[in-house]
Design a protein around this ligand. Structure first.
Ligand SMILES: Cc1cc2nc3c(=O)[nH]c(=O)nc-3n(C[C@H](O)[C@H](O)[C@H](O)COP(=O)(O)O)c2cc1C
Ligand SMILES: Nc1ncnc2c1ncn2[C@@H]1O[C@H](COP(=O)(O)OP(=O)(O)OP(=O)(O)O)[C@@H](O)[C@H]1O
Length: 319
């Protein structure tokens, strides 16, 4: 997939560009449907699929209230690439772009710059100043500027339209099964391994502490997870919490001291500075204060057994 940052000279002429627009946070099943549509129309017209997205959420400029992201830009781009998108254009969402009318956006960016031949829009897609751009307006502009337009109906999960907002809520509430069903893949987080106290190694359970690239993550707890690093998968125990066994301060407030720690099973080595993707398989238990470090160690041993037993059972069922 070719990545194009901003409106600059195109790396080459895009053949019969079939375009869609949106934030695509999470690249959920609704988004996947739209991508399937642009790929389909691109194939039919012997052309190429193009996603237009933005470097930050329009709400962060228009309402000064950026929403929390499920996926970082890097993660979103890699998910779009995996879906087979040919080109993704990342536009800088600034005041100038926020003030652009929908017709100007279509004419200047889609028609003149990109040479669009076909636009696919989701059922609730809005763009341009005052969100006036939608499928009705784009259909009116299609004749004037000579391109085709297709709409995409909503993808529903248990009677509810799938959206980034609904998925954000489900992850934050710990409804991982529901979030997974709407995403079409396990809930995951992505972050860089940072240096911390190193107590875990002394305990016998070294952990990689993650600095997340995005905001949305499951709530406090101990989880069975799968870690993706350097194109390989590893089973891991992940604790999202405040380490009440060791915390000196009362641990009532979530926030500053909350850590995301990953103990990869049967792994030795240093991971500082590496980017890990952690996929959540299931929750094992709540994080609890133990009287001694020994008791915590015994519990983590049990957590490991649960993880191995559950994953082995799933493997057997799949075979
Ligand atoms: C699988 C797992 C489960 C954990 N469960 C708890 C827990 O229930 N209570 C707790 O206080 N800390 C828990 N911890 C956090 C440990 O206390 C922490 O990893 C250790 O103190 C190292 O902390 P550090 O990052 O400051 O070096 C858990 C850690 C892991 C990896
Ligand atoms: N459930 C869905 N089914 C089909 N298309 C969808 C669905 N959800 C979003 N889309 C479409 O995907 C494109 C990108 O949408 P956008 O990133 O705004 O998604 P969203 O999930 O609705 O986000 P949010 O909840 O933050 O509004 C738009 O064209 C939108 O209409």
């Amino acid at each position: 997939m070719k990545k194009i940052y901003g409106i600059k000279e195109l790396p080459g002429k895009i053949k019969y560009p079939v375009v869609t627009i949106g934030m695509f946070d999470g690249v959920h099943r609704g988004h996947q449907k739209i991508i399937e549509c642009i790929r389909h129309y691109a194939l039919t017209g012997k052309g190429e699929s193009v996603v237009i997205t933005f470097d930050r959420h329009p709400k962060s400029i228009i309402e000064n209230r950026p929403p929390s992201f499920i996926t970082s830009m890097e993660h979103r781009l890699s998910l779009l690439e995996r879906l087979g998108v040919d080109h993704t254009v990342v536009l800088q969402f600034d005041r100038k772009l926020a003030e652009m009318t929908a017709e100007d956006f279509v004419r200047e960016i889609l028609v003149c710059w990109l040479g669009v031949k076909c636009i696919v829009l989701g059922f609730n897609c809005h763009f341009g100043k005052d969100r006036e751009g939608n499928i009705t307006l784009v259909r009116k502009l299609a004749e004037k500027y000579d391109f085709e337009v297709y709409g995409c109906p909503p993808v529903i999960y248990r009677g509810q339209i799938i959206s980034s907002t609904a998925i954000r809520r489900a992850i934050l509430n710990g409804e991982l099964g529901k979030a997974e069903a709407m995403l079409g893949r396990p809930v995951s987080i992505l972050g860089t391994v940072v240096k911390k106290s190193g107590r875990g190694r002394i305990l016998g359970y070294p952990t990689a502490n993650l600095d997340l690239h995005h905001e949305v993550r499951p709530p406090r707890g101990v989880y069975g997870t799968r870690v993706r690093w350097a194109e390989q998968d590893y089973l891991a125990l992940t604790n999202i919490g405040l380490r009440p066994t060791f915390a000196k301060e009362p641990f009532t407030s979530e926030g500053e001291t909350l850590e995301i720690e990953v103990h990869i099973l049967d792994f030795q080595g240093t991971l500082y500075g590496q980017n890990l993707e952690v996929q959540f398989l299931f929750k094992i238990r709540d994080e609890i204060p133990f009287q001694t470090a020994e008791e915590l160690k015994t519990q983590i041993e049990k957590d490991k057994e649960i993880l191995l037993k559950r994953t082995l059972t799933v493997q057997h069922m799949e075979e």
